[in-house]
Ligand binder design. Structure first.
Ligand code: PEP
Ligand code: MN
Length: 270
């Protein structure tokens, strides 16, 4: 049996975020900390040859005492910095109340793992992006089955939302050497069950930067359609998730590191 049987490799989104024959990389800091920090991060993403930048303005932190993000100011910083560089912004929306505001500043709305089953948020985001060029990255919940994840995506599409991309970001297991466990089987299973593109977030899955590039290569081989990775110009000073952030020099080499694997899969890293 052909192991790739049933896997769709020509997935695309109408807004051009996912292009057949390519492997899309979204990179950027966990959180927007300041104009200068995001500008340094965005410059590195641009120099690394990528078109989509991530950054959090509304952060779903486990502890209420951790930095919660800059909110609207963070959104403004992202659009001000990304626009002139020709980068498209991907950022999380946590509250239905903020959807329109986030759409003013970002091309792609991320629904985080902790909100995957927030059905009213899913429905409202789906209705809000219907007929627009905006897209959604839907993270898999920390303990969600593939079926639950796909049904969550259907909440968005059934509400009219197009351009939905699934993102595997690691699940909770007994393993403690990594922050979560990257479930690459789920990528393959999801791609057999749906036409939606599936990308991988190795940063939150591993929680440690030394695993991010090897897991990214594995994601290419597992037929993922792209990646979301965290990077920071000075990871030691990052206000959030510094341990898993790629420094600029690694980010600059990421495209070259992945392209041989992507070429083997007949894809171009973009
Ligand atoms: C993030 O991407 O910033 C994030 C918080 O991810 P997750 O929802 O997967 O934990
Ligand atoms: Mn993070």
């Amino acid at each position: 049996m052909d192991v790739s049987e049933g896997i769709k490799t020509d997935v695309k989104t109408a807004n051009g975020m996912m292009v057949p024959g390519t492997f899309r990389v979204i990179a950027g800091p966990c959180t927007v900390e300041s104009y200068e920090q995001f500008e340094a991060g965005a410059t590195a993403v641009k120099r690394a040859g990528f078109e989509y930048i991530r950054g959090g303005a509304f952060k779903p932190r486990t502890s209420p005492y951790s930095f919660q993000g800059l909110g609207e100011e963070g959104l403004r910083i992202m659009s001000e910095v990304a626009g002139p560089l020709g980068l498209k912004v991907v950022t999380e929306v946590m509250d239905p109340y903020d959807i329109e505001l986030v759409m003013e500043h970002a091309r792609v709305l991320q629904i985080g793992a902790r909100n995957m089953a927030n059905f009213s948020l899913l429905k409202r985001v789906g209705a809000a992006i219907a007929g627009t060029d905006h897209g959604v990255v839907l993270k898999r919940g920390l303990s969600a089955t593939v079926e639950e994840w796909l049904l969550a995506a259907e909440y968005v599409t059934a509400s009219g939302g197009d351009n939905v991309v699934l993102c595997e970001r690691g699940i909770r297991t007994f393993e403690t050497s990594t922050r979560f466990t990257l479930d690459l089987s789920a990528v393959i299973v999801a791609k057999r069950l749906t036409d939606l593109p599936v990308i991988v977030d190795p940063s939150h899955a591993a929680g440690r930067r030394d695993l991010v590039v090897p897991l990214s290569k594995a994601a290419v081989a597992a037929e993922a359609d792209g990646l979301m990775v965290e990077s920071h110009h000075d990871p030691r000073e990052a206000l959030c998730d510094g341990e898993q952030a790629l420094p600029a020099e690694t980010l600059l080499g990421l495209k070259g590191a992945l392209q041989p694997f992507a070429s083997a899969m007949s894809r171009e890293v973009i």
